[in-house]
Design a protein around this ligand. Structure first.
Ligand code: FES
Length: 108
């Protein structure tokens, strides 16, 4: 996240980031306290090798900051730029939907 906007980190040159607020997966947990998305990814086995996981978590957090009640289609479209070769996406989408429901206090 660069100044609150999602960016493809591999496409941002260092001078473009100078003076901007940078948020990465390293700042998502608060000490030993995992973010709700991190907990749910673990609970739902929404990760395997973990290579894609930081991107999915950061993108999911950005989605839920904008939309606390996303449809499954909206979650899938939002995360479409993130690729996972292990999970098949369903577990990731279910984890995000579950956190969204928890944030709304929705009954399931
Ligand atoms: S968990 Fe391996 S690429 Fe997503």
């Amino acid at each position: 996240m660069l100044d609150g906007n999602m960016v493809c980190s591999c496409l941002v040159m260092a001078p473009e980031a100078q003076g901007k607020k940078i948020e990465t997966i390293e700042g998502m947990a608060k000490g030993d306290q995992l973010h709700a998305l991190q907990k749910k990814f673990i609970e739902f086995a929404a990760l395997q090798c973990g290579i894609c996981t930081p991107g999915f978590l950061m993108a999911s957090r950005a989605l839920l900051a904008k939309n606390k009640n996303p449809t499954e289609t909206e979650v899938r479209y939002w995360l479409a730029g993130n690729l996972c070769r292990c999970t098949g996406y369903d577990k990731i989408v279910r984890a995000v939907m579950e956190v969204a429901a928890d944030m709304r206090g929705a009954a399931r």
